[in-house]
Design a binder for this molecule. Structure first.
Ligand SMILES: C[S@@+](CC[C@H](N)C(=O)[O-])C[C@H]1O[C@@H](n2cnc3c(N)ncnc32)[C@H](O)[C@@H]1O
Length: 219
């Protein structure tokens, strides 16, 4: 069973109304969206999945490039913000799902098998990275692409609340090994963005954000 405190839906529920007004966050989402779009498979994804879509800062940019996109989050209020945008902009191809993807039982409720999976700034909220990646691989079609953006190893001061349960970023070599253990190949990293912000200690700091892409082999 996953440790449910990690996804912390009450925390994200309470942040949903002000989420998009943070300009540092919006700039990050724009940069990650561009990086994800640059790494889309050559063939248009027909059944895509976004892990931890939040209010849809990345979703709204990537959705036009996909057939159907299932956008998943554990926070009802974050999803409600995305749903408002989908209605206002008349986006027909995004389906939202309130599910905990760190819980294999909950994740197995997802419809179908995915040919493109992407995520921004959610992996550090999932406690057991290895189990998560292994289960995710089982829900992807052979040849599918995975594109995940998250923090490089950080000083533990990125998040304002020190009680928030998170991984303090990821070491690229260790994460590569985890992807390969989960059966992915062609694991490749790029730096998608540098977050410049005041950290929890009040110091101006730079936090690099990577995009890692990988492929589920054909057989
Ligand atoms: C840092 S926010 C990023 C949101 C969005 N991707 C963005 O870039 O603005 C992390 C999101 O992941 C969601 N989340 C955390 N754990 C999750 C899980 N186990 N399954 C699905 N979503 C999760 C949170 O509710 C939150 O909306």
């Amino acid at each position: 069973m996953p440790d449910n405190n990690w996804s912390d839906s009450p925390r994200f529920d309470s942040k949903a109304s002000e989420w998009d007004s943070n300009i540092v966050r919006a700039a990050l989402a724009d940069a990650v969206s561009r990086a994800i779009i640059a790494h889309l498979p050559v063939t248009r994804p027909e059944n895509a999945l976004e892990i931890g879509c939040g209010t849809g800062l990345v979703t709204m940019n990537v959705a036009p490039k996909c057939g159907l996109l299932t956008a998943v989050d554990t926070s009802r209020e974050m999803l409600a913000k995305l749903e408002e945008k989908l209605i206002v902009d008349g986006v027909p191809n995004v389906m939202t799902e309130l599910l905990d993807l760190a819980d294999p039982e909950s994740a197995s409720l997802l419809p179908g098998s995915f040919d493109f999976v992407f995520s921004s700034m959610t992996l550090h909220h999932i406690s057991d990275t290895e189990t998560f990646l292994a289960h995710l691989s089982s829900q992807m079609t052979p040849g599918a692409t995975l594109a995940i953006a998250d923090l490089d190893t950080e000083d533990g001061l990125f998040h304002d609340d020190e009680t928030e349960k998170v991984h303090h970023g990821f070491d690229r070599m260790r994460l590569t090994a985890m992807f390969e253990s989960a059966g992915f190949t062609t694991v490749s990293f790029m730096t998608a963005h540098l977050v410049e912000k005041k950290n929890r200690a009040g110091q101006q700091a730079t936090y690099p954000v990577f995009l890692v892409t990988a492929v589920k082999p054909q057989s």
